[in-house]
Write a protein that binds this ligand. Structure first.
Ligand code: ADP
Ligand code: MG
Length: 257
């Protein structure tokens, strides 16, 4: 997609869990080539919003458009195939498999949770050409994120910052135009956060759009083009990071939590 063109259009998205309104008529847009931060206190509805966009949860009401299509009622696999990649809040890796295998498997499963059993079976259903193609793409994405030195290391042996980058490599398989990252900087050391930010800037320079849920204010302030702020399921503010930083409603939401 051309830089600046409308990529994602979330229109009055609503999600209820029983009597709880986790996402309350939230609207926002994303354009090609921008990094947007979705911030807000714990329980604000950020992860649920992600799960609505990626098709992991059905909407109670509202509509989500990606490029020219309504994607609100598609499966997570279909949405991934249309070009939305994601990572999860909690690292989803197979620690005793190599970096390459983790990325290849993730590419094969495309946007679904990694199954706890039967992983090899899903691989074995591939013929040799398909497997080769998968490994080639996985290796390419591993190089793209700069993890090539660790290609054959066990995923569980990597530092947390590298594991997060490995998950990004997996989300990049299939060449999505939009990447959704759920708290990628959580628990990382300063240097690891810098490496992560550098990677995301590189991807943006390549034309990628990134929607990033984050708690770490410094991290999003220095990285994002725009912030969307949620509290109690509602969008309470939106704008440039410098503007959001001094927004009274935002300060209140953070101080009050
Ligand atoms: P955030 O990611 O901003 O911390 P979440 O989207 O995880 O917030 O959660 C928003 C609200 O929805 C919370 O009150 C949470 O307890 C609730 N919630 C999230 N997922 C579920 C679920 N599967 N079933 C019931 N309630 C849920
Ligand atoms: Mg969350």
């Amino acid at each position: 997609p051309a830089r600046g063109s409308l990529l994602l259009d979330v229109k009055a998205a609503r999600k209820e869990f029983g009597g709880l309104v986790a996402v309350n008529d939230v609207s926002f847009q994303m354009r090609a080539g921008e990094i947007v931060g979705l911030i807000g206190p714990n329980g604000a509805g950020k992860s649920t919003t992600f799960n609505l966009v990626t098709g992991l949860l059905p909407l109670t009401r509202g509509e989500i458009r990606y490029r020219d299509d309504i994607v609100s009622n598609l499966t997570s696999r279909d949405i991934a195939q249309r070009g939305i990649g994601r990572t999860f809040q909690h690292v989803q890796l197979l620690p005793t498999m190599t970096v390459l295998e983790n990325v290849a498997l993730g590419a094969h499963l495309r946007g679904d949770f990694l199954p706890q059993g039967g992983v090899m079976a899903s691989v074995l259903r591939l013929n040799r050409n398909e497997e080769k193609k998968l490994l080639r793409e996985a290796a390419m994405q591993i190089k793209r994120v700069g993890l090539e030195r660790h290609m054959y290391d066990e995923a569980g042996s990597l530092a947390l910052g590298q594991q997060r980058i490995l998950e990004i490599a997996r989300a990049l398989c299939g060449d999505p135009a939009l990447l959704l990252l759920d708290e990628p900087a959580a628990g990382l050391r300063y240097k690891e956060k810098q490496a992560l930010a550098e990677l995301l800037r590189k991807l943006r320079a390549e034309g990628m759009s990134v929607l990033i849920v984050e708690h770490d204010m410094d991290f999003v302030m220095n990285l994002t083009d725009r912030l969307v702020v949620m509290e109690f399921g509602t969008r309470i503010a939106e704008g440039a990071p410098e503007k959001i930083q001094s927004d009274p409603a935002v300060l209140e939401a953070y101080l009050g939590s």
